[in-house]
Design a protein around this ligand. Structure first.
Ligand code: NHR
Length: 184
C-alpha cells in the first residue's frame, strides 16, 4: 500500500508535519471556512476523491462526519478510538477510564458508521491500568498500542481480508490473525 495523501482540518496538526517530512502530499480543509457541517463534509470528500484512495483512515480527526460522507466511503472508512469500545465512546477516554477504575483499557480500530464510535470492530489492543497512572501516562501507553494496531488493520484491509457479517468483522485467511493484542 501507498499513503496517497494526508488531509487535515488544521494546518498545524502534527500529522501533517510528519507527512511533509515523509514526502507524502498534504492538504488542509479548514472547517471554520464553511457555514455548515454538510458543506465542510462535501469539500473534504472532494479533497479526498482527488486522490482516489481505496481506504480512508481517520487519525485524531475530531469533527463528527455526516451520514452522506460516511455512506460515500462505506466499508472503506476506518477510525482508531482510544478506548476498548463499546466502553468510553466520545471524548476524554483516558480520564474517564481512570475515574471508572477499569483495570483494562486500550484502543479500537473500527469501520466508521453514522453512529459515532459504534462501527464494526476490526482490532483492539488492551493495556493494563497501573496504580499511579495519570491521564498522560495511560494515554502514552495506549498510543504505543495504537501504533501497532492501526497499520495491522490497514494491512488486513489492503489484503482484502476484512469481512463484515451482521455488523461483526471477521479477519479471513489461513493464519487466522489475532484481532486482540495485549500490551507487551
Ligand atoms: N463520524 C462518524 N459519523 N462516525 C464516527 O464513528 C466518527 C466520526 C468522526 C470522528 C472519531 C471519534 C473518536 O475516535 C470520529 C468517529 C470527535 C467527536 C466529537 O464529539 C466524537 C468522536 C470522535 C471524534 N466531535 C465534536 C463535533 O462536534 C467536536 C469536538 C472538538 O472539536 O473537540 O464534531 O474519538
Amino acid at each position: 500500500a501507498r499513503v496517497a495523501a494526508v488531509i487535515g482540518n488544521r494546518t498545524d496538526a502534527a500529522g501533517l508535519r510528519f507527512a511533509v517530512q515523509s514526502g507524502v502530499p498534504v492538504q488542509t480543509v479548514d472547517d471554520r471556512e464553511f457555514s455548515s457541517r454538510e458543506a465542510f463534509d462535501a469539500a473534504l470528500a472532494k479533497a479526498i476523491d482527488a486522490y482516489s484512495p481505496d481506504l480512508v483512515a481517520l487519525a485524531g480527526f475530531m469533527r463528527i462526519l455526516g451520514g452522506d460522507f460516511v455512506r460515500r466511503y462505506s466499508g472503506r472508512l476506518v477510525n482508531i478510538h482510544p478506548s476498548l469500545l463499546p466502553a468510553f465512546p466520545g471524548l476524554h477516554t483516558h480520564r474517564r477510564a481512570l475515574q471508572e477504575g477499569v483495570k483494562l483499557h486500550g484502543c479500537t480500530v473500527h469501520f466508521v458508521t453514522p453512529q459515532v464510535d459504534h462501527g464494526p470492530i476490526i482490532v483492539q489492543a488492551a493495556v493494563a491500568v497501573r496504580a499511579g497512572d495519570t491521564e498522560e501516562s495511560l494515554a502514552a501507553r495506549v498510543l504505543r498500542q495504537e501504533h501497532r494496531v492501526y497499520p495491522l488493520a490497514a494491512h488486513w484491509f489492503v489484503e482484502g481480508r476484512l469481512v463484515v457479517e451482521n455488523g461483526v468483522v471477521r479477519v479471513s485467511g489461513s493464519d487466522a490473525a489475532q484481532a486482540m493484542l495485549v500490551e507487551e
